[in-house]
Design a protein around this ligand. Structure first.
Ligand code: 5GP
Ligand code: MG
Length: 176
């Protein structure tokens, strides 16, 4: 197999810094802003964004987590009766602007399920989506507001988003 480095360590950092600035520009600062990462990569990236937002604005932005494994509509049989993955949002999202964060956007089913999980938790004023990689192949009318890299892929290819022991992103690789 042949691998292509899409983003190296510095490239990932730059992409996250840019996304942090775009989030701030769109939302005119961090007021009422919260981040919710999708386990596991999305949570690591949400923490990276939160660090940058704090660096730039001098204010902490809370980070929550949702686990979508059991929630996806192509995995579950009957939605109402299956257990939902663990959601850890230890703050109110009532009236908040929620930025959902994930590593790779593919069919959009995970995001649809994450929005369900968030809505079960409260009523945000809006939900926006930030992803490190959009690899295409959407099954649903879902798009990201903030994208690190658009990477056209075939269905056979796979994107690896690598993290180090401190859960810091180290590179993005396209595996053919
Ligand atoms: P979707 O639900 O949009 O089909 O897939 C998105 C979810 O599956 C994300 O949470 C992402 O972590 C994972 N995923 C889908 N495709 C890839 C991929 O090529 N590489 C990685 N690392 N994760 C993927
Ligand atoms: Mg994932």
């Amino acid at each position: 197999t042949e691998n292509t480095v899409i983003l190296d360590g510095v490239g990932v950092k730059r992409a996250l810094t840019r996304i942090a600035h775009e989030v701030l520009e769109r939302n005119k600062g961090v007021k009422d802003l919260v981040l919710v990462g999708i386990r596991t990569g999305g949570v690591y990236l949400a923490h990276e964004l939160s660090l940058r937002l704090e660096e730039i604005e001098g204010e902490k932005v809370p980070v929550g987590a949702v686990d979508i494994t059991l929630y996806r509509d192509d995995i579950k049989g009957h939605s109402e009766h299956l257990p939902v993955g663990k959601t850890e949002i230890p703050f109110s999202i009532e009236g908040k602007k929620v930025v959902l964060v994930d590593d790779v956007l593919f069919t959009g089913r995970t995001i649809r399920a994450a929005m369900d999980a968030i809505m079960d938790h409260g009523r945000p004023s809006c939900i926006q989506l930030a992803v490190l990689v959009d690899r295409g192949h959407r099954d649903l009318p879902i798009r990201a507001d903030f994208v690190g890299r658009n990477v056209p892929t075939s269905l056979k290819e796979n994107i690896t988003v690598a993290f180090d022991a401190a859960n810091k992103p180290t590179e993005v690789v396209l595996e053919k």
